[in-house]
Design a protein around this ligand. Structure first.
Ligand code: UTP
Length: 289
């Protein structure tokens, strides 16, 4: 059973400066709710109640958000505005929160390793809250938990992208598992590769329609705890960062990584375009615009 979810949330969010100078990127709202709260609700809907959050300097508002605010509650108590706090109060009641600080921004792999004391020796989920998903059925973490229960190894959420986007993602190659059209046994991975790392020279001439498509890692994972000892041995890769894809590559060589094409719509809320699209999409869905 997966009982804990790790939220790496220590990044600087430079693409959203100056908004993220004093407000963590993970606390930017889509409509009225911070990105991180959507992530916590997704974990809760997968019956995961322990939230382990990797924070950094200037991120104290995250802890305040997931705590009672007695002054505000007593101010609103008995008024017509009381219900505004219902959703967050329910989250606070159902979940427990633990925190650890990442002192140096050495990449996602390093952020996950920083969370080890909060996770211990058990499989765990990882949510990158700036990847926002709109799913009509189960949330993405619930979908991954089902795959984990079947294969008992690390599971990563993937989506198909075209050749123009490969430099922005971790790219996965793998073999479809017999009888499935959405579940792959991962054979290799590359972090933000150039297109020429992925295609043969003769394929360069292909029109964009004929170019092969690629499988990109989205911000949801289930990881087995051996990932921590692997991360400890990994040398920093691109930009001096410790990449989670390098650790997963080692698990994949032992046939221990499954990639699953999640069902749902993803918005990259780490980018301004994705953030605006997510806001518009949700506002339309709720008949606000
Ligand atoms: P990003 O690279 O998208 O976040 O990392 P960022 O660095 O904050 O964004 P920009 O490029 O400066 O705008 C994905 C997730 O991993 C976390 C981030 O907080 C984000 O949720 N992260 C990344 C860490 O916790 N620590 C790191 O060292 C790097």
């Amino acid at each position: 059973m997966i009982k804990k979810c790790l939220f790496p949330a220590a990044g600087y969010g430079t693409r959203f400066l100056p908004a993220t100078k004093a407000v963590p990127k993970e606390m930017l709202p889509i409509l009225t709710k911070p990105l991180l709260q959507y992530g916590v609700e997704e974990a809760l809907s997968a019956n995961i109640n322990n939230m382990a959050i990797v924070t950094g300097r200037g991120k104290r508002s995250i802890e305040d958000h997931f705590d009672n605010s007695l002054e505000l509650e007593s101010q609103l108590s008995g008024t017509s505005k009381e219900y505004y706090l219902d959703e967050i109060k329910e989250v606070i009641e159902r979940a427990t929160f633990t925190y650890v600080r990442q002192h140096k921004m050495l990449g996602l792999g390093h952020a996950i390793l920083t969370g080890e004391p909060l996770i211990g020796n058990e499989p765990f989920a990882v949510i990158l809250a700036d990847d926002f998903f709109d799913c009509s059925g189960d949330g993405v973490i619930s979908q991954l938990v089902k795959i984990y229960e079947k294969y008992q190894c690390s599971v990563i959420a993937i989506e198909e992208i075209d050749s123009t986007q490969v430099e922005r993602y971790g790219i996965v190659t793998g073999d479809l598992i017999d009888g499935s059209d959405d579940t792959y046994s991962v054979t290799s991975m590359l972090e933000k590769p150039k297109l020429h790392d992925l295609i043969k020279p003769e394929e360069y001439e292909l029109s964009s329609d004929d170019m092969p498509r690629f499988m990109a890692i989205a911000g949801r994972y289930i990881l087995t705890p051996d990932i921590f000892s692997i991360l400890k041995k990994i040398n920093p890769g691109k930009h001096g960062e410790i990449q989670i894809t390098d650790a997963l590559k080692i698990q994949a060589r032992a046939g221990k990584v499954i990639a699953f094409k999640y069902k749902g719509n993803r918005f990259d809320c780490g980018s301004i375009e994705g953030y605006v699209k997510a806001t518009i999409s949700l506002a339309k869905k709720r008949n606000i615009i």
